[in-house]
Design a protein around this ligand. Structure first.
Ligand code: GLA
Length: 347
């Protein structure tokens, strides 16, 4: 008889304050974990079958622990988690996994990374295995998305979910993988997210979207003979044909904006942070071309409410918009205040 107890793991979604589409270009970003996320309850069954239940979708999946095989959509996550943990030498046991969540899917708040991280933590706990180093776990969760789900996403979301700290943003240097907490003191200002109502997907259907931008960045590097856009300069970018020139300019200027945001936060200059969010959005809209009419309407609504800065967050092509409003502003309908919360953990 198997006497192992059920285990619950929670992994938060994230908001990226600034530094968008920089992670896979070895650049800089400043995300933070949020209070909402995904919870996975794992109950050991002792067999060699994994039984996965997605409560919010009223859907389930079953697969052999040792040979999960591929499946599309949300089913790819648990299969990928079991397979990648096994490949990393973890003896995962059969279990019933119940997924419950408060992060809307495809909303730019990183429901995918929260799902992968919570599945892995729950599976490790129920299998009585020590969790690997968090950086290793972030890489493993990124492989689940890359190789099982089919999204060529970077490490931003997994690191934010795993290393989140209450009251702090996380300055990530994706070249050195150095992580530095940065206090996020808002001095009464409001940081909010508003849903544009448009959902995105990083799967095969987004070939022209997220994955397409990655391909363009790789092409730009090849033409310039550099390893990543972190090494590019404005002068070099102007040698590239359009649209690669604009893609590179976005990445170069976005890295600068991350550095400036850290300085502005340390100085308590929220007006400046707002201006940087505004510039980031303009760059994502005009140079990176990942905005949509629904997102633009949401940005305009935030600006009309007095936001000093409003920008699309996450992979783009829909999802949530982040806004920074002064203390006396009246928040627009549907605005949800967000604050840095703790990272992934067992409950
Ligand atoms: C998605 C990806 C991240 C990152 C952002 C854009 O959230 O999962 O890796 O590339 O888009 O900054």
């Amino acid at each position: 008889m198997n006497l192992r107890r059920p285990q619950m793991a929670f992994a938060p979604g994230r908001v990226n304050l600034i530094g968008e589409h920089t992670d896979y270009n070895q650049g800089l970003a400043l995300p933070f974990a949020i209070a909402t996320g995904i919870t996975v309850t794992a109950t050991p069954t002792g067999g060699d079958t994994m039984h996965v239940i997605a409560s919010d979708l009223a859907a389930e999946d079953r697969f052999p622990v040792r040979a999960p095989g591929y499946a599309a959509g949300w089913r790819a996550f648990a299969r990928g988690a079991a397979a990648e943990l096994s490949a990393a030498g973890c003896e995962v046991v059969g279990a019933r996994l119940e997924i419950a969540g408060s992060v809307p899917r495809g909303s730019g708040l990183s429901s995918s990374a929260a799902l992968a991280v919570s599945l892995c933590l729950a599976l490790l706990a129920v299998s009585e295995l020590p969790p690997p180093d968090r950086l290793e776990l972030a890489r493993l969760c990124s492989r689940i998305e890359n190789d099982w789900v089919g999204s060529r996403t970077g490490l931003l979301d997994q690191l934010a979910s795993l290393y989140g700290q209450t009251g702090h943003g996380l300055l990530i240097d994706f070249r050195s993988l150095e992580l530095s907490p940065v206090a996020l003191a808002l001095h009464g200002w409001h940081l909010v997210t508003v849903d544009s109502g448009q959902r995105h997907a990083h799967g095969a259907a987004a070939a022209e979207g997220y994955n397409g931008r990655r391909t363009e960045c790789a092409e730009a590097c090849e033409l310039l003979g550099i390893e990543s856009l972190r090494e590019a300069t404005v002068e070099l970018a102007f040698e590239l044909p359009d649209p690669l020139c604009r893609r590179a300019l976005h990445v170069i200027t976005e890295n600068d904006r991350v550095r400036e945001t850290v300085i502005a936060l340390k100085a308590g200059d929220l007006e400046r942070v707002g201006a940087l969010l505004r510039e980031s959005h303009a760059s994502l809209r005009d140079r990176y071309e990942i905005s949509t009419p629904a997102v633009e309407r949401t940005v305009a609504r935030l600006q009309a409410a007095g936001a000093r800065g409003a920008r699309i967050i996450g992979g783009g092509f829909g999802g949530h918009v982040l806004g920074l409003l002064p203390p006396d502003a009246r928040l627009p309908d549907g605005a949800i205040e967000v604050a840095p919360a703790a990272g992934a953990r067992l409950l």
